[in-house]
Design a protein. Structure first.
Length: 661
């Protein structure tokens, strides 16, 4: 294996793969050939370009064997499915090394070009390839410069490789060299050069040329007005009900804040374009063969239901645009923006990125005659092509305990709330980390095991408007709320006669009013979704067995348990379970167990501050310190189907310090 070729592959892959202007989702690929011209390293199918490294995301192919795939006898005479399966088999046979994975289906095309190759789908480039096309090339080519090679649209895979081979041979005959730039109709751009830096520079140069070509005549995108909170909640709940009824699983729905998508939703011509078909193979793979439209938020659920097949149990397969590739992914809502849909949270960000790129492509092209969709036959090929199904499936994740669930956790910037929020992410949920500590929130969300499933949301649990806006953020970003965990709390430790009234009132506000406001906001959302839900109140062993000189904490933690029991009775008919977790002393990362609080406890017990934690651990039956993850595990259990018949109960996680009866 040529080390210089590997370095070049990693360099170009990460250079373009980390730029969202160039790459969206899993689109694009790269390659680099060895100095002796015998081998080629190529990105593996389904691997994001940014993930290519020395130890992952590429395969080494015998270069002659990769080129020979296009000369295999009889490929042009068999049906598409058999042909592409044979091509895949031949490409796999050409692999001689690498960390694993199947090579890009366009490996044979890469083999025809220069030493280092980049292929991407930038919006400005696709505005050309989907818009004015070959007619605009003269404006892009500098005097005395060899022109790019224009390739008319051809089905990806063998057909595209064979077409490019013929075109490259003709180009070489005319210009006596390989083309440095290929522009593929309704597809994207290939650039090649002798080394990584030259290839990166050439790619950036041609993207910039296309930007300049379109920017002068392109309309300025306008964002949508802020959606009415009540209408948005109602629309999202209705969409989730429809999806559950038709697809038998939950859905994540996002009202995108992306300006390009908002503009497309409000522009009649662009809406017509996208509801008629797709611009490119990547758009079909990640956002479906067509988008859908609704005149208002109130009509959104009906549009989704129609897209899923109306009154039938299955989508209508008689129409390719409604067809087999996937349920609807993008709904353009006039006056509100675009609602993005995915039954797997891993795909939601990809849908948004690819859809935004397509919307920008169409907006840019509109200034120079407009963009043109792929025809029905080409669309059907992509919908049925195993390679693209494979690429899409690379985003799938194995089901986890709380997959498909959307959670709101208060007090999630630190301490027990942070541990619980992180545990819910680990269990597969999408989690809104809510807290008044904005700086701490951002750090907490970024530190989650999967930051894509962590949303930092400011919430003051004592302020009605702040709580309402935080829930609106969760609904706008993911479509609803299935789980609420109330963990925000304080513990002002004073003897009765020394307790300041402002500290008493603050404890009531945060520990009781905060729980009440959050539950009051979550309940109607869960009810309207029609799929039940789970609430967990984080109380304390002090809610079961009072602790000395802790009046405010004792009262509020006991009050939380009684609120929980009443809410369990009230919300049970809607399938909403309400339980509590009563942790023992959790010292890890706690703001409550701060040095001042530990000093007070030491004085109460007549011990030194450094003896406080060992002392409390010694009081437990297990003699084991309780960690945040222990409490998080209990919360995840109560929120899961394993606890589907448990409500109104208190689960004590204290290593056996308080024996609840």
């Amino acid at each position: 294996m040529d080390r210089n070729a590997l370095n070049a592959l990693v360099r170009i892959s990460q250079a373009v793969g980390t730029n969202p202007e160039y790459v969206q989702g899993g689109g694009g690929n790269t390659s680099a050939k060895s100095a002796d011209g015998k081998t080629m390293l190529v990105k593996t199918s389904g691997t994001p370009l940014a993930a290519v490294s020395e130890s992952a995301g590429w395969a080494e192919l015998d270069l002659a064997a990769a080129r020979a795939v296009l000369d295999a006898p009889g490929l042009d005479r068999i049906d598409a499915a058999s042909r592409e399966a044979k091509v895949l088999k031949l490409l796999k046979a050409a692999v001689i090394g690498g960390p694993g994975g199947r090579p890009s289906v366009e490996a044979s095309l890469h083999a025809l070009l220069g030493t280092v190759v980049i292929h991407t789908h930038p919006a400005a480039v696709n505005a050309l390839t989907c818009g004015p096309k070959e007619s605009a090339l003269a404006e892009l080519t500098k005097p005395g410069e060899a022109p790019p090679l224009w390739v008319p649209y051809t089905d990806p895979g063998y057909r595209l490789g064979a077409s490019v081979k013929t075109a490259v041979q003709a180009y070489q005959k005319e210009h006596r060299k390989l083309p440095a730039v290929l522009l593929l109709e309704n597809h994207g751009i290939f650039v090649s050069a002798n080394d990584a830096e030259a290839c990166i520079a050439l790619h950036a140069d041609w993207v910039a040329r296309c930007e300049r070509l379109f920017d002068a005549k392109a309309a300025v995108p306008r964002g949508a007005a802020a959606a009415d909170s009540a209408m948005l909640r109602e629309a999202m709940a209705a969409i989730r009900r429809v999806w559950q009824a038709k697809q038998k699983r939950t859905v994540f729905a996002r009202l995108s804040a992306d300006t390009e998508l908002s503009y497309a939703a409000g522009d009649q011509a662009l809406q017509k374009l996208f509801t008629s078909g797709a611009l490119s193979p990547d758009q079909i793979v990640y956002t479906g063969p067509r988008w859908y439209a609704a005149e208002s938020l109130g009509a959104a659920a009906a549009a989704v239901e129609s897209a899923l097949g109306g009154g039938s149990d299955k989508p209508d397969k008689s129409d390719v645009w409604r067809g087999a590739a996937a349920p609807p992914r993008v709904l353009l809502v006039r006056g509100a923006g675009a609602i993005l849909l995915a039954d797997d949270l891993a795909k939601l960000d990809v849908v948004e990125a690819v859809a935004s790129n397509a919307a920008r492509t169409a907006r840019l092209a509109a200034g120079r005659g407009g963009a043109h969709n792929l025809d029905e036959r080409s669309t059907r090929f992509i919908c049925d092509w195993e390679v693209e199904h494979y690429r899409s499936k690379q985003l799938d994740r194995p089901a986890e305990l709380l997959s498909g669930k959307i959670a709101v956790v208060t007090g999630a910037a630190s301490g027990l709330g942070l541990g619980i929020a992180q545990g819910l992410v680990d269990a597969g949920a999408a989690v809104a980390f809510c807290d008044i500590d904005v700086a701490g929130l951002d750090a907490a969300a970024k530190a989650a095991s999967d930051p894509a499933r962590a949303l930092a949301v400011r919430m003051d649990v004592t302020a009605e408007q702040s709580v309402r806006e935080a829930f609106d953020s969760a609904v706008r970003h993911w479509g609803g709320v299935d789980i609420l965990v109330c963990a925000a709390g304080i513990a002002p430790a004073y003897p009765l006669v020394d307790t300041p009234v402002d500290k008493w009132r603050l404890a009531l506000e945060i520990n009781l009013t905060g729980y009440f406001l959050a539950a009051r906001e979550a309940a109607p959302i869960m009810k309207s979704q029609g799929q039940g839900g789970s609430m967990v109140m984080i109380s304390s062993k002090s809610g079961l067995e009072a602790s000395k000189a802790n009046s405010a904490y004792n009262a509020t933690k006991a009050g939380e348990l009684h609120l929980m029991r009443g809410w369990a009775l009230e919300l049970g008919p809607d399938g909403i379970r309400v339980n509590a977790v009563a942790p023992g002393n959790v010292f890890e990362g706690s703001k409550i167990w701060n040095p001042e609080y530990i000093k007070v406890c030491a004085e109460k017990k007549g011990i030194r501050p450094e003896e406080v934690i060992p002392y409390y651990v010694s009081l437990t039956a297990l003699g084991r310190e309780i960690k945040r993850s222990d409490v998080a595990d209990a919360v995840c259990f109560l929120c899961s189907e394993h606890a589907r018949c448990i409500t109104g109960q208190t689960l004590v996680v204290d290593s056996g310090q308080v024996m609840a009866r």
